[in-house]
Design a protein around this ligand. Structure first.
Ligand code: FE2
Ligand code: FE2
Ligand code: FE2
Ligand code: FE2
Length: 421
């Protein structure tokens, strides 16, 4: 099944504004929301935040007041869409619970993108940061158990494993090593463009979220953990935004954004199991089809270019899906745990010279306190073990296995040695 948003009829722009009553949607029930229904909402909220912020930036770089007015109208609708989606989150879901949802998005979204990325360099870009967000999920799951006394599988289900990835303490790199090589949109595969627009919006909203809510806890360890991981999300935004085509014009970008939003809602509509939420996504899809038409008209008018020439493809054939990626994440973990970034490449840490800026940056920020290590230590102290959800066996990296498993392996090894002697 394919979908061509340029050939569909949307909702007229004038008919898109909604009342406060319509925007103040009934939140989902935290006890029976499907974990992937939660992640879809978090992702779509991030897409709408990007739509709003991109439009503001474009407006600030636009002289023509007629164009500014048209942007303002589109943007007001995007801002309403953002409310309708983000207000699905109920007030009795705690900040750490929402956070667990954000990191589950990061894991299963990035893993899907990596497996649908034809360009080997871009695939490496996804695999690399996948292991980092995967580790964040483990750190927050332990913070959750430490502070709220609950287990993260109540939120994430057993769809996503929870175990260490690239330890957050090692993720801190010099900003100069976070800049990737850009794609050129006209030459790139359509899926590569959709993938990049998706991940940039998702990581950016994660960054926004942590920078805003990280100070809502009184416990010093919670505040410190949000500050530390929040800075990694800043790195991730730098990492991912640098793969976007920097040569695209403002109007080209506007068209791409609306085209991408169509793909997002077309995908969400197909998978959403909550009928009420699915209706909301259908409504938004109708709005985005019209946004795309309006953006194309603006581009023709101002740049005198045909938008269909700049769109990598007009019809979508594959929807984005939230689904378990356990085997995939494990294979990346097993093969790439030792990587770090050097300029725009990914290299084993062991190849860096002792005086590399990576080590200098590490020493500077980690100092004598690592919140994300401390949170594990504290939770072990409280519960006698760290929190993990390893449904497919022990962590594939030996050094990341639990104390119990490592002690077990050492005992076995000692027994074998004894037997051999
Ligand atoms: Fe939108
Ligand atoms: Fe993360
Ligand atoms: Fe991230
Ligand atoms: Fe839009």
């Amino acid at each position: 099944m394919t979908f061509n948003p340029l050939r569909e009829k949307g909702i007229p722009l004038e008919a898109q504004l909604r009342t406060w009553r319509e925007l103040n949607v009934e939140p989902y029930d935290r006890n029976d929301v499907h974990p992937y229904s939660r992640t879809r909402g978090i992702l779509l909220n991030g897409i709408e935040v990007e739509a709003v912020m991109f439009s503001h930036q474009m407006a600030r770089n636009t002289l023509d007041s007629q164009v500014k007015r048209q942007l303002a109208l589109l943007r007001r609708v995007e801002a309403q869409q953002q409310k309708a989606i983000n207000w699905l989150i109920p007030g009795d879901e705690t900040t750490i619970e929402v956070t667990l949802g954000y990191e589950q998005v990061a894991v299963d979204l990035t893993a899907w993108l990596a497996q649908h990325e034809a360009d080997p360099y871009l695939k490496q870009v996804y695999d690399f940061a996948l292991l980092e967000d995967f580790d964040h999920l483990y750190r927050y799951a332990n913070l959750y158990e430490l502070i709220e006394g609950k287990k993260a599988d109540e939120i994430c289900g057993d769809l996503t494993e929870i175990t260490p990835g690239r330890p957050t303490i090692f993720e801190h790199r010099h900003p100069g090593d976070e800049i990737r090589r850009p794609m050129t949109a006209p030459a790139a595969d359509a899926q590569s463009v959709l993938n990049a627009l998706t991940i940039v919006a998702a990581e950016q909203q994660t960054m926004n979220f942590y920078m805003t809510i990280g100070n809502r806890y009184q416990e010093p360890i919670a505040r410190a953990t949000y500050a530390e991981i929040g800075l990694i999300e800043e790195q991730h935004v730098s990492h991912y935004e640098s793969i976007l085509d920097p040569a695209a014009s403002w109007f080209e970008n506007l068209v791409l954004h609306q085209w991408h939003e169509c793909w997002m809602y077309w995908s969400a509509v197909q998978d959403e199991t909550d009928q009420r939420v699915r209706k909301l996504y259908e409504q938004h899809l109708g709005m985005e089809i019209e946004h795309l038409r309006v953006a194309c008209e603006l581009m023709k008018l101002v740049e005198r270019r045909d938008p269909e020439e700049i769109l990598p493809v007009s019809a979508f054939s594959e929807p984005l899906k939230f689904q378990p990626n356990k085997a995939y994440v494990r294979s990346v973990l097993a093969s790439q745990i030792n990587l770090t970034a050097k300029d725009s490449d990914f290299v084993p840490v062991s190849t860096l010279a002792n005086d590399d800026r990576y080590f200098r940056y590490q020493r500077r920020v980690n100092g004598d306190f690592s919140p994300t290590e401390e949170v594990i230590r504290l939770n072990k102290e409280k519960n006698g073990r760290d929190y993990r959800l390893e449904t497919e066996g022990p962590n594939p990296v030996e050094g990341l296995r639990s104390d119990e498993e490592r002690n077990g392996a050492e005992t076995q090894y000692a027994q074998r040695q004894q037997a051999a002697a």
